[in-house]
Design a protein around this ligand. Structure first.
Ligand code: DSN
Length: 417
């Protein structure tokens, strides 16, 4: 095992915690990360989170705090907000949400009353927990209804979404998903919301990096509220953000603080500012395009190997692999791939007959492996290895051979060289 950037030094005395951190760093180097919501942030982004900014309380917003000594964290938050606005072409940004779910909570609180009707994508068809799951705050406090994908095309059917909106008359329509591989037509959603006098919100957590890099259309010109996370395709620190037109920012800000959070994580906001600057570079545009072309190549390779991909492919960073097509459950496929150091997560596919902890699919994403430099040729290899493992999940000879091939590739493409 090699120790990476957080290797303990003379001042690190907590051997137990540092040993676990070192093992996690080695795990990331040794495994191919196909979890679609993960990525490998830059050393500079990670360094910002290990600074004295973690010590500072700064409830409030720049220039209007409830604590003294905020002059430098004000600079940091202003940098983050301004860079976010430039990056996404948004009039205003709130960079304080600790997570995507907290960004969604504040966005909802800024426009909804408890019990209001909302129309969002079903979690079973690729939506998100915070878009109305009955055990989540969203489903507890608001009256969520859901739309899904068409059973044949496995794509969103905007005529059906419109019919549902017309009969429900929701106060808010939400677009955005955590397991949907096709472009989302934000303009069509906005037109439906307008027709039923609803507000329109987009949760672009998964595709934020693709939007920043020009590899997916932006929802910003169409939506009243846009929420996102900064750690997925956007490749920043773990956290959330809200974008909105200037007339909405006062309500958004007070819904976030004091509505849903207390003190902001200023060390994370510094890391967000650094990540936004990274995402403004030409190299990030190339990265976003490569994430999409790698996903397309991986999906093609799997389909050529006879494995079904939901909706017949992908146009973004993610794909849903129907592992039922090779006789496995998602849980068994996740486990078999984990044994060869390919990490992914089991996932329901649309109209799945299995329960979520078993599922019939695995979700694969290319954001993290593209960060470590894997290219189209590597996608062909990876599709072959995944196919071999899924077709012989108990065969130790196959597993040993593929594990060796993965080790050779990860060794050639280190994350934090
Ligand atoms: N849990 C995240 C995902 O994996 O997509 C979304 O919050």
């Amino acid at each position: 095992m090699t120790l990476q950037s957080s290797t303990p030094n003379a001042t690190n005395t907590d051997a137990e915690v540092w040993a676990s951190i070192a093992k996690e760093e080695a795990r990331q180097e040794e495994q191919l990360e196909l979890i679609a919501s993960e990525n490998h942030a830059s050393k500079e982004v990670m360094a910002a989170m290990g600074t004295a900014l973690t010590n500072k309380y700064a409830e409030g917003y720049p220039g209007r705090r409830y604590y003294g000594g905020c002059e430098y964290v004000d600079e940091v938050e202003d940098l983050a907000r301004n860079r976010a606005r430039e990056l996404f072409g948004s009039e205003r940004a709130n960079v304080q949400p600790h997570s995507g779910t907290q960004a969604n909570m504040a966005a909802f609180m800024s426009v909804l009353e408890p019990g209001d009707k909302v129309l969002a994508m079903s979690l079973d068809h690729g939506g998100h927990l915070s878009h109305g799951h009955t055990k989540n705050f969203s489903g507890v406090f608001y009256d969520f209804h859901s739309y899904g994908v068409d059973p044949t095309s496995e794509r969103l059917d905007m005529d059906k979404v419109r019919q549902q909106a017309l009969s429900l008359r929701p106060k808010l329509v939400i677009a955005g998903a955590s397991a949907y591989s096709r472009p989302i037509d934000f303009s069509a959603f906005a037109a439906i919301a307008k027709e039923v006098d609803a507000l329109f919100m987009v949760d672009m957590a998964h595709i934020a990096g693709l939007v920043a890099g020009g590899a997916h259309a932006s929802p910003v010109p169409h939506a009243d509220l846009v929420t996102l996370t900064t750690h997925k395709t956007l490749r920043g620190p773990r956290g959330g953000m809200i974008l909105c037109p200037k007339e909405r920012i006062v309500k958004v800000n007070s819904a976030l603080f004091p509505g849903g959070q207390g003190g902001p994580l200023m060390h994370v906001i510094a890391a967000k500012a650094i990540a936004f600057r990274e995402a403004q570079q030409e190299s990030f545009k190339r990265y976003a395009a490569e994430v999409v072309s790698n996903a397309s190549a991986l999906a093609d390779g799997l389909m050529e190997a006879g494995i079904r991909i939901v909706s017949g492919g992908t146009d973004n960073h993610v794909m849903l692999v129907d592992v039922g097509s090779v006789g496995l459950s998602g849980a068994a496929a996740e486990d078999a791939l984990h044994r060869v150091n390919i990490t992914c997560n089991k996932n329901l596919i649309p109209f799945d007959k299995r329960p979520p902890m078993e599922a019939s699919g695995v979700r694969l994403g290319t954001a993290a492996i593209t960060t470590r430099g894997l290219d189209g040729g590597d996608m062909g290899l990876l599709a072959g290895w995944i196919s071999e493992v899924l077709r012989a999940p108990e065969d130790e000879t196959t597993l040993t051979r593929v594990r060796g091939a993965v080790a050779e590739l990860t060794g050639r493409r280190p994350i934090y060289a």
